[in-house]
Design a binder for this molecule. Structure first.
Ligand SMILES: Cc1cc2nc3c(=O)[nH]c(=O)nc-3n(C[C@H](O)[C@H](O)[C@H](O)COP(=O)(O)O)c2cc1C
Length: 356
């Protein structure tokens, strides 16, 4: 077996750190969001229909297993378990950045394993920083995106925005100029969703992404896994003290997920990701206006154990979502989107500020 590439090593380190250390944002912004209880729902629990259409596909529940992995040894097993669970429960799934396999084709099976299970909606994944030339590295273009999509027979591609991570990462990519036109070029060829990875999307960014042709936005907001925290631990291991400090300083940087859902509402379907830990959080995200919710870390923890554990986690989340819908008298995702929501500070302060 050839030496692991840098990208491959980094992927393995991320997963290990996320499983071993506390890398969550300090504040749970979902606690600032409340749904209004309906004492007389006048619907039966059995009437509650959590199915949804997203990117033209019917899903049994408005859930996406967020983009995480592939590209290193354990990635194949984790993606296999996630795909099996997504297919069984009927939800969407994304794979992690496919850069590792574009650099080193023998890593393709760690992503392509998702093809074996019949997941109803699959997203390929590449990073926006890789769409422009970085020091010593060429930019990825339409042909690379097509390769990533074909590799896993994806229905659409996610382009992730992760400049917070890049700036605190020991070997991060620092060039962001030109990413927007590069996203636009891909969006004319493929169904594309833009996604933050933990720092949220502002109204201004959402408008730019819409104009560039993104079909949906995953707000990937602050409140869950903090990649600044992850990079803090990586830098500590490498005794890179400045980066260790940067990672700590920016640990809680970003727009809270619930605020980002409201701010990024520019008429595109939204995915609520970032700190979603229960079906009640999913319900809150939808009541704020999202169509779907995404979960990463809880699914990684489950899939590391088994596909069954991942199924159990998804089913528990669906049951919680159904309970929240019953208790708000919502028979459909559309009805839940129209229910009133109480938002308190500090999340509410973001909304008062308006153009975050
Ligand atoms: C192990 C791990 C690897 C990740 N890798 C990627 C990635 O390659 N591409 C991406 O778009 N997001 C990636 N993410 C970010 C997640 O998709 C998600 O946006 C973020 O973790 C917040 O969700 P959470 O709070 O439920 O973990 C990764 C997350 C985890 C936990």
């Amino acid at each position: 077996m050839a030496e692991p590439s840098k990208t491959e090593q980094r992927k393995a380190e991320h997963v290990n750190i996320i499983l071993q250390e506390n890398v969550s944002a300090e504040y749970n912004y979902w606690n600032d969001v409340r749904l209004v209880h309906t004492a007389l729902p006048e619907i039966d629990l059995d009437d509650v229909d959590v199915s949804v259409k997203f990117f033209g596909k019917r899903l049994e529940a408005p859930l996406i297993i967020s983009s995480m992995t592939g590209g290193f040894g354990m990635g194949k097993e984790i993606n296999g378990n996630l795909a099996k669970a997504a297919a069984e429960v009927g939800v969407a799934m994304g794979v992690g950045s496919q850069r590792a396999a574009l650099e080193k084709p023998e890593l393709e099976p760690t992503y392509a394993v998702v093809k074996d299970y019949g997941v109803p909606l699959v997203f390929a994944n590449l990073g926006a920083p890789q769409l422009v030339p970085q020091e010593g590295k060429r930019a990825y273009g339409v042909a690379d995106a097509r390769k990533a999509i074909t590799m896993i027979e994806a229905d659409a591609i996610i382009i992730h925005l992760n400049f917070l991570q890049e700036v605190v990462q020991p070997e991060g990519d620092r060039r962001a100029k030109g990413c927007l036109p590069a996203i636009k070029a891909l969006a004319t060829k493929f169904p594309l969703m833009a996604k933050e990875t933990g720092a949220g999307i502002s109204r201004e960014t959402a408008q730019k992404l819409k104009a560039a042709g993104a079909r949906a936005i995953d707000v990937g907001g602050l409140g869950g896994t903090s990649f600044s925290a992850v990079e803090h631990y990586r830098a500590r291991k490498e005794a890179a003290s400045l980066k260790e400090r940067l990672g700590a300083t920016f640990w809680n940087w970003g727009i809270p997920t619930p605020a980002s859902i409201l701010l990024a509402d520019v008429g595109l379907p939204l995915v609520a990701t970032g700190g979603v830990r229960s079906g009640l959080d999913v319900a809150k995200g939808i009541a704020l206006g999202a169509t779907m919710a995404g979960m990463a870390k809880p699914m990684l923890e489950a899939a590391r154990v088994s596909a069954d554990a991942a199924v159990q986690e998804l089913r528990a989340v669906v049951e919680e979502l159904k309970a929240a819908m019953f208790l708000t008298g919502s028979t459909s995702i559309k009805a839940l989107q129209e229910r009133p929501v109480i938002v308190s500070p500090p999340t509410a302060s973001w909304l008062e500020a308006g153009e975050a």
